[in-house]
Design a protein around this ligand. Structure first.
Ligand SMILES: Cc1cc2nc3c(=O)[nH]c(=O)nc-3n(C[C@H](O)[C@H](O)[C@H](O)COP(=O)(O)O)c2cc1C
Ligand SMILES: [Fe+2]
Ligand SMILES: [Fe+2]
Length: 389
């Protein structure tokens, strides 16, 4: 653990063994569960952590406490990667009070119903309520749906620090990813985890702009220090669903035996020759979370899929389902299908896209019969032109 600011310590833990974060996201460089403690006249612990690292977290906490006891456990988010140790900590420190909002306690009672935490141990806060700790004061900011309805943030007034819950979090343990650009894994985290709730992020950013913030302490990934402009700028763009590469093309392919994929390499070359930024993703070999992140990043998308038992090849089916869940909208789309006897992937993809808002689908559809033929090249060029017009 480390004193990151005056009397504010980071006591979280890194997890490099986890196979899938939240049972779906591969995290090659792990994930951290952050937790903080403010050691003032009153002592406040800011969230607990995942049960996978309880022992280490308790050791870190007790080393900082040095025999003292926390007065408050502030619960910013009830998802178990942060709340798993609430009951345990409450039992260890019977005088410690829990600080949450009304929704926090509703969800708390669902997870921890055996030994209910007594009413007189609960402090319910609302927007802009403050909790004085000595020379530190916490001011609460409600942030519903970033990422659950009970989420709130805490602004510490003396150190100008925002405890931002899941917002501004990132995959990758800080000790291994210190020198990597922040945005790549922060983008994948954002679009897959909080991305659906851009409006709520926008209102949070409005509230944040009224505060002087020098440090952001998120619940995952590195602590962010001033200058914070680039992080706020990314969140502003991401939460408005503005594609960062509006003229670029994502080619997302679901091929079985490789012919559709080879054809898409040719299409990529045609687009690149026009000077266009192209990203190819093989949906059968790339986790869908990377493809979701790219779909939000690029303004134009080619969807290329095989017909599979009169349906869509499952990797494409899954991709479209994720995009629908995350509310992707307003993209220019080109469709490519393959079928050896009755191709219908394009029609099936179009049906899915029609349920999404403002998807502009190119009239030109490239239908490949098993393998790309010379005759198909005209259509491929036409599709490239229409997509990038
Ligand atoms: C298990 C399986 C089921 C398929 N089902 C269909 C189908 O229902 N209709 C069709 O036209 N082609 C079907 N195909 C053919 C593929 O859509 C595609 O044309 C072929 O796999 C070549 O493309 P690829 O090399 O990109 O996989 C199927 C292929 C496989 C392996
Ligand atoms: Fe969460
Ligand atoms: Fe989280």
């Amino acid at each position: 653990m480390e004193e990151i600011l005056n009397e504010i310590y980071a006591i979280g833990a890194e997890d490099l063994d986890i196979d899938l974060f939240e049972s779906q996201y591969p995290v090659e460089k792990g994930v951290s569960y952050n937790s903080y403690v403010i050691m003032d006249e009153k002592i406040a612990v800011m969230d607990t952590i995942d049960k996978r690292r309880t022992e280490q977290w308790l050791q870190n906490l007790q080393a900082v406490l040095n025999g003292t006891a926390p007065d408050y456990l502030v619960v910013l988010h009830m998802e178990p990667d942060h709340s798993a140790n609430i009951e345990k900590l409450s039992e260890m420190y019977p005088d410690m009070k829990l600080v949450g909002n009304a929704r926090t306690f509703t969800i708390l009672d669902q997870f921890f119903f055996d030994k209910k935490i007594a009413a007189d141990r609960r402090i319910t806060v609302k927007e802009n309520d403050t909790l004085p700790l000595g020379h530190h004061t916490l001011q609460f900011i409600m942030a519903p749906m970033i990422h659950w309805p009970e989420v709130m943030m805490a602004y510490e007034q003396s150190e100008h620090t925002l405890f931002s819950a899941d917002a501004f979090g990132r995959f990758g343990v800080p000790s291994l990813t210190m020198n990597e650009p922040w945005d790549i894994e922060a983008r994948r985290y954002y679009y897959n985890i909080v991305g659906k709730y851009g409006n709520q992020v926008q209102s949070l950013l409005k509230k944040a702009s009224a505060l002087q913030i020098d440090t952001i302490c998120p619940l995952h990934g590195p602590v962010l220090h001033t200058p914070l402009d680039s992080y706020f700028h990314f969140y502003d763009i991401w939460s408005q669903d503005i594609p960062e590469i509006p003229d670029g093309v994502l080619i997302a392919t679901a091929s079985i035996h490789g012919h559709t994929r080879d054809a898409m390499h040719q299409l990529a070359a045609i687009l690149k020759a026009k000077g266009i930024d192209v990203k190819e993703i093989d949906l059968t070999r790339t986790d869908v979370s990377y493809a979701v992140s790219a779909a939000f990043q690029y303004g134009r998308i080619i969807l290329a899929a095989c017909t599979y038992d009169a349906n869509l090849f499952p990797a494409m089916e899954a991709f479209l389902s994720h995009l629908e869940t995350k509310n992707l909208h307003s993209r220019r789309i080109g469709l490519v299908e393959n079928g050896s006897w009755a191709p219908q992937a394009a029609k099936l993809m179009k049906n899915r896209l029609d349920t999404m808002k403002d998807m502009q689908i190119c009239d030109t559809v490239l239908t490949i019969h098993s393998a790309l033929h010379h005759d198909d090249l005209d259509t491929m060029h036409k599709l490239a032109d229409e997509l990038t017009a």
